[in-house]
Design a protein around this ligand. Structure first.
Ligand SMILES: CC(C)(COP(=O)(O)OP(=O)(O)OC[C@H]1O[C@@H](n2cnc3c(N)ncnc32)[C@H](O)[C@@H]1OP(=O)(O)O)[C@@H](O)C(=O)NCCC(=O)NCCS
Length: 225
């Protein structure tokens, strides 16, 4: 039986050097974004690659940047960034998203990235369940993603991952916010692994968890404010 060559770790001070090496091997990502583009600061024209790196490192130190890093042996080959909406507010198609929004999710998937030379080998497909496992450890809750249908768009649009990757993990389509971009959602039970949570999301018991978690998330959020 073949087993996955990939393992996941949280982005934190100890995994920062491996993350930084991946970013540096790939030109800073989009010419120097350093995975800052979805944070409130952004990574736009008024910033530089050096400042983006400094800001990302500052957020990692402060615990206000979250990602599951995918490792093959000792090398970080990709990631799935996630966070509470306030941490990663600058999603694409934001106006269309906000128009149809009823209530915010507890968490959102902001982006997926796989280093050049490692693509089409299942790294993104390993990163997303890695992020769900970290979300479970952080208390679980409702999770949104904004993937594109990979069959309909050029690869450059797949920075949030492919719709099929989400659907295989039990996410369901909520609404369209672009020609091929969907809001997809699912619940993550606190403390469950992604495999256990995927099974739970398909059951009535798993779905009823969403309501219970909503109450807990709101009270947690009040504690943070
Ligand atoms: C899009 C991306 C994340 C996919 O990662 P990956 O590890 O190659 O993806 P996987 O091998 O796990 O494949 C997952 C699914 O996506 C599909 N897919 C991946 N790359 C694809 C491509 N270029 N075109 C069409 N489908 C693609 C796969 O077929 C698979 O779908 P399936 O399960 O239905 O067969 C990766 O190509 C990437 O990082 N691209 C750059 C994105 C970027 O610039 N991000 C910047 C940060 S915002």
């Amino acid at each position: 039986m073949s087993s996955s060559p990939f393992t996941c770790r949280a982005l934190d001070a100890s995994s920062w050097p491996a993350f930084a090496a991946l970013v540096e091997r790939n030109g800073g990502i989009f010419g120097g974004c350093w995975c800052m583009g979805f944070h409130p600061e952004g990574a736009g024209k008024d910033s530089t690659a050096a400042l983006n790196r400094e800001r990302k490192l500052g957020r990692v130190g402060a615990g206000s940047a979250h990602a599951a890093l995918v490792f093959e042996a000792d090398e970080c080959v990709g990631w799935c960034q996630f966070g509470v909406p306030e941490e990663v507010p600058r999603i694409k198609s934001r106006a269309a998203y906000e128009k149809g929004q009823s209530e915010p999710p507890d968490w959102r998937i902001a982006c997926c990235y796989v280093g050049k030379g490692h693509r089409r080998r299942g790294v993104a497909a390993a990163a997303l369940p890695g992020a769900l496992d970290l979300i479970a450890q952080l208390g679980g809750g409702t999770v949104e993603g904004y993937p594109e249908d990979a069959g309909s768009v050029p690869a450059g649009f797949l920075f949030n991952g492919s719709l099929s990757t989400y659907e295989k993990l039990g996410f369901t389509r909520n609404r369209k916010i672009g020609k091929h971009r969907w809001v997809v959602t699912r619940a993550v039970e606190p403390g469950l692994t992604s495999a256990e949570a995927t099974a739970a999301a398909g059951s009535p018991e798993g779905r009823s968890f969403v309501g219970r978690r909503r109450v807990r998330a709101l009270s947690d959020r009040r504690g943070r404010d």
